[in-house]
Design a protein around this ligand. Structure first.
Ligand code: GAR
Length: 210
């Protein structure tokens, strides 16, 4: 199995779907940590209630981002994950940390990157008047919200959409594409190409078992 750590800061609905997908589909994934930088993250309670290894590394205990990143790196090194999945983790990771785990940190972002990096993506999309909005699962690089794209999902923008209705309609799509990417990672099908794009290899042929 691959070892995976999931980093959260809040609700953790993406983390929940990932954990449920591992269990329901018996994916070869060892979920070695659900780590939050906030002790009050609701996702932690959910993880604890299911007996998942939940832990807190509060950024408040450190007086610089570098110090927090160093502690996070030390903890993650101890966990030795193959992949670190950011799922609503609202801390920007510094370049040193990102380079240390080069090609192993994956993030979900609520826009069709490269459009609308950063915060308030649904409001940004409405302000821009785009007719399609979406979400992106991508490898993390030192440039915020700009890494190689693994998967995207899109929804139409409706005339009466607000940031909240867009977010609500997008969330199930986020869950769907992040679960799909986790399956691909577990199956060893995701490859970062030298040109910075991502290749998802064909599924191995499987005989029909009916
Ligand atoms: C999700 O919409 C995710 O795409 C977004 O935060 C939400 C977390 O929800 N992430 C970012 O904005 C990253 N900059 P969740 O905690 O229920 O998964």
């Amino acid at each position: 199995p691959i070892r995976v750590a999931i980093l959260i800061s809040g609700r953790g609905s993406n983390m929940q779907v990932l954990a449920e997908t591992i269990a329901a589909e018996k994916l070869p994934v060892d979920l070695c940590s659900v780590l939050s930088n906030r002790a009050d993250a609701a996702g932690l309670d959910w993880a604890r209630a299911r007996g998942l290894p939940a832990e807190v590394l509060s950024h408040r205990g450190f007086d610089s981002r570098e110090a927090f990143d160093a502690a996070l790196r030390e903890r993650l090194d101890a966990l030795a994950p193959d992949y670190i999945l950011l799922a609503g983790f609202m801390r920007v990771l510094g370049a040193d940390l990102v380079r240390h785990f080069d090609g192993r940190i994956v993030n979900i972002h609520p826009s069709l990157l490269p459009a609308f990096p950063g915060l308030h993506t649904h409001a940004q999309a409405l302000a821009q008047g785009v007719q399609w909005h979406g979400c992106t699962v991508h490898f993390v690089t030192p440039v915020l919200d700009h890494g190689p794209i693994i998967a995207q999902g899109a929804i139409p923008v409706l005339a009466d959409d607000t940031p909240d209705t867009l977010a609500a309609r997008l969330l199930p799509v986020e869950h769907q594409i992040y679960a799909q990417v986790l399956r691909w990672l577990a199956q060893g099908r995701v490859r970062l190409l030298a040109d910075g794009r991502v290749e998802v290899a064909q599924a191995p042929h499987r005989a029909w078992a009916g």
